[in-house]
Design a protein around this ligand. Structure first.
Ligand SMILES: [Fe+2]
Length: 284
């Protein structure tokens, strides 16, 4: 089982890099579509649209429609619950309850559980007693499979970046941590929000944070040649070892042109092979 994770696309009209954000998402989906094998699911861990406007979700929905794997979204602090739900209901958003956008994808070897950590009172995450009850109920609904949770806010102390606490209070984060460890079935948590690639632990649960898909908003130090290339995470599940995570650098159109020329030469020399898109950059 393979899960591709994208996050923090921040699609919005009327900003100088608006077109770039759209292109970053479109290129990332195209790159995922070219994977062999295809992922079993694509998860988006929130901040889909920067201002939560319906027209921005409509644009994202048109890009998601090109994906060759099912897409699932969890809301971020920049999203608008009702507009997101209206754009993606029954497809990328399977939530049916009017209060929170949380749901479970049940048809894979690992249950994928989307959590809603959003509050309109803050850009930080919240996890109230109601959400604790809902999470525990979902965990208890099936004791036969492990669970991977995806959500926007990282539920651990993130030591890179300006603010280590990404919840409204340590108590809110601890409530969520405690609930995630209920029954010992959650094996991984996938998040966004801090716009950089990092990770941590909640007890024995691995937490991975994917970098921002919008390259203009991405944090971290990258060489110039990689600054316009989206990076996303591939989480591969092995029943014996759990998840391993790989960062993928998105291929660009000029890579393909150069690749075609090179693979022609290779084919003639009997050296052709399928190559990782990220290899293109370093092969000169
Ligand atoms: Fe964000």
């Amino acid at each position: 089982m393979i899960v591709a994770q994208i996050t923090d696309t921040h699609i919005v009209h009327g900003v100088p890099d608006a077109d770039r954000r759209v292109a970053d998402l479109a290129r990332t989906i195209a790159d995922i579509n070219a994977l062999d094998p295809l992922p079993d699911a694509i998860i988006h861990t929130g901040d889909v649209a920067h201002g939560g406007r319906p027209e921005d979700y409509a644009l994202v929905a048109s890009l998601f429609a090109a994906a060759r794997a099912p897409v699932y979204v969890a809301p971020g602090n920049r999203d608008h619950r009702e507009h997101l739900r209206a754009a993606f209901a029954g497809g990328p958003c399977r939530a049916t309850d009017p209060s929170f956008l949380d749901y479970t994808v049940e048809d894979l070897p690992v249950r994928l559980l989307a959590l809603d950590t959003v509050t309109t009172a803050s850009n930080k995450g919240e996890f109230c007693a109601d959400r604790v009850d809902r999470l525990i109920e979902r965990i208890d609904a099936d004791s036969t499979k492990p669970i991977a949770v995806f959500m926007h806010h990282p539920p651990y102390v993130v030591t890179v970046g300006p603010d280590p606490l990404n919840f409204t209070s340590p108590e809110a984060m601890h409530r969520l941590q405690h609930a995630l460890q209920h029954a010992g079935r959650v094996i991984a948590v996938f998040c966004g929000h801090v716009h950089r690639s990092t990770g941590g632990w909640i007890g024995a649960i691995r937490v991975m944070v994917a970098p921002c898909t919008a390259t203009t908003l991405r944090k971290g130090d990258f060489p110039q040649a990689l600054r316009d290339r989206p990076i996303y995470h591939l989480h591969r599940y092995d029943p014996a070892f759990g998840f391993s995570t790989e960062a993928r650098i998105v291929a660009m159109a000029d890579d393909d042109d150069a690749s075609d020329a090179r693979s022609g030469a290779r084919g003639a020399a009997g050296l052709d092979r399928r190559r990782h898109p990220a290899e293109h950059r370093f092969e000169r």
